[in-house]
Structures are given as C-alpha cells and as structure tokens.
Design a binder for this molecule. Structure first.
Ligand code: NDP
Length: 289
C-alpha cells in the first residue's frame, strides 16, 4: 500500500514567537486524535506578514493563528471575515475554505465557552478591565451571547470609550465606560469581573490589578485572562473573598480547540490540551501567550 508522507499544515505567525506554548497544546490534540497534522510556530516580522500569507496559500496550509502584532494587520491579506472577527476588527485564526482564507476570532468565543461551563451568561452584568485585543474579543462575544450590560474600565480613556461605543453600536448589549484613574471599586451589582489587561503576566507575577479587593463579593465570578501563571494575584484575592474564579488557561485551551474545529472538523479533547499546556508552563515557567 502506498504511504502518504504529506502532512496537513497549520501553525502560527507572530513576533516574538519562541515562547508561545500553543504548538505543544495543538500538537498534543493532533496526536491524541491520530491526525497526521502539524502546527508550525513561525516568527514573522510585520514587513514579511504578506509574504508569509502568500507562502501559506502556496503550500496549501489548512489555516494558521495570528498573534501579536499581526491580529489586525493580517486582515488586508485575507479573502473575508467571519461575523465576530469583522465586529472585533481583529483575527486570531485564519481558516482555508474552498481555497479562500477567511479570518475568524476564537479568543472571545473561547472565553465565553469557559464561562458557559460555570454559569449561563444570559442577562448578566460584566465589568471588563482593559480595552486591547483580548478585551475587544471578550466584550463582543459576551454581548452576542446575551450579557445585558458591560462596563469597561481602561487606563487609556479614549481606547476604553471607543470599545464601549463599538459594543453598544454593534450588539444588543448596553455598555458604559468607567474612568480608572485610581483604585476602582467593583459595583455591587456586577456578576462577572474580568481582567483582560496584561497585568499579572509572567514575569510580573505579583502585579496587582488596581481594584478594591474588599469590593469583590461572593456572588461574583472573577475571571483572569492571564494564562501564565494561571493563579494570578487577582484570582488569589478573589478566592479569599469567596468568589468563584476562572483562570486564563480555560480561555487558552478553548480558543485553541475552536481553531482546531475550524481547521480539522474534529472536537478536540480539551483535557489533553490543558494537560499539555500545563506541562510546558510548569516545566518552563517562562513562556508567554
Ligand atoms: P493589548 O496590548 O492589545 O492590550 C493590553 C491592555 O492591557 C490594554 O487595555 C492596556 O491598557 C492594559 N494594560 C497594560 N498594562 C496595564 C497596567 N499596568 N495597568 C492597567 N492596564 C494595563 O493586549 P491583548 O488585549 O492582546 O492581551 C491582554 C492580555 O490578555 C495579555 O496578557 C494576554 O496574555 C492575554 N490573553 C490571553 C488569552 C488566552 O487565551 N488566555 C488570549 C489573548 C490574550 P491601555 O489601553 O491603557 O494601555
């Protein structure tokens, strides 16, 4: 019988790239499901992004992730966008469909799936810290699954206000912008408190989000997007205040599993993926995401 030595290719374009552990997580899923697929971690500079996309087209890649700094810049090299990627204005997953490259955004969807495993987000209120790429994806997807009100707190007021307007204009959710010039008290009627800033990311592991810890209440679900280390200072504070907590690995694993579904059509085993990423993070203690 003729053997087939031609693997299906996927991967990631980013810069820096060396410390991104996604390859370990995705290839663990490919191996577990017996797929002859590869995930190639590529360091691509902004001025070569167009060439990299042409290369992926020429080699018939099934798709690829885009990480910093390419999530917005890649759009001009693609043939179309999925619904939430076009509202968010950023792409983290590119999928080849009928020889067209379509941009999707799985960051927010992965986040919403992680929350959905704990509670029904419909009708709830959220306070999101941050207004960068992760916050944009999270706010749009929370709004699309029925979160009623989203308050956004961001250091840079223009950026925060712009995100609040975007979500109010493009989705059914109501939004507000909270000025965050000093320690912020979480309003008592908040259901979800979400850190979508980079505060707490390795190596700054003891950095504290400027929030009044005593305003965290036991009915709140406190979520941190930081995947490394998963147990951030915010989550430790929240646990001490008897809040439910959710770490950034849930979001990381889910967004990866949704990307794998886009590329291969299979529903990847998330426990296998989580174990793989935990292994590399615990092993290295120096990866970023
Ligand atoms: P961006 O650079 O687009 O945005 C960074 C955000 O953090 C901005 O809102 C910025 O505020 C804020 N910020 C940075 N430093 C501080 C500070 N000292 N105090 C208050 N706010 C601060 O990054 P992303 O949105 O792409 O990523 C944010 C985090 O989310 C990263 O740490 C990343 O690791 C994580 N992430 C996790 C994912 C997962 O799967 N778990 C997926 C994607 C991201 P300002 O606008 O005022 O500068």
């Amino acid at each position: 019988m003729a053997r087939n030595f031609l693997s299906q290719l996927t991967g990631s374009f980013a810069m820096p790239a060396a410390e991104n552990p996604t390859v370990a997580m995705v290839e663990a899923a490919y191996r577990h499901h017996g797929l002859d697929w590869r995930y190639i971690n590529c360091k691509v500079s902004p001025d070569r992004l167009g060439d990299a996309v042409i290369g992926a087209r020429a080699m018939g890649w099934a798709g690829f992730n885009c990480s910093l700094p390419h999530k917005v810049a890649v759009i001009e090299h693609l043939d179309g966008l999925g619904e939430s990627a076009s509202i968010i204005g950023a792409v983290n997953t590119v999928v080849r469909r009928d020889d067209q490259l379509i941009g999707e955004n799985t960051d927010g969807k992965g986040f919403v799936e992680a929350i959905g495993e704990m509670t029904d987000p419909g009708g709830k209120t959220a306070l999101v810290f941050g207004a960068g790429g992760a916050a944009r994806a999270i706010c749009v997807e929370l709004a699309l699954v029925g979160v009623a009100h989203i308050a956004i707190a961001n250091r840079d007021e223009a950026r925060g206000g712009e995100l609040a307007r975007l979500v109010a204009n493009e989705t059914p959710a109501q939004t507000s912008y909270l000025a965050w010039r000093s320690t912020l008290a979480v309003p008592a009627d908040t259901d979800f408190v979400i850190n979508a800033t980079s505060v707490g990311l390795f190596p700054d592991v003891d950095a504290r989000l400027d929030v009044e810890v005593d305003s965290l209440q036991p009915h709140m679900l406190v979520v941190d997007c930081i995947p490394n280390p998963p147990m951030t200072r915010l989550l430790r504070d929240a646990r001490e205040r008897s809040c439910a907590i959710l770490d950034g690995l849930g979001m990381l694993v889910n967004q990866g599993a949704i990307a794998i579904r886009h590329w291969t059509g299979i529903e990847a085993d998330r426990a296998i993926m989580r174990r793989a990423v935990e292994d590399v993070l615990l092993d290295g203690r120096k990866s970023s995401c």
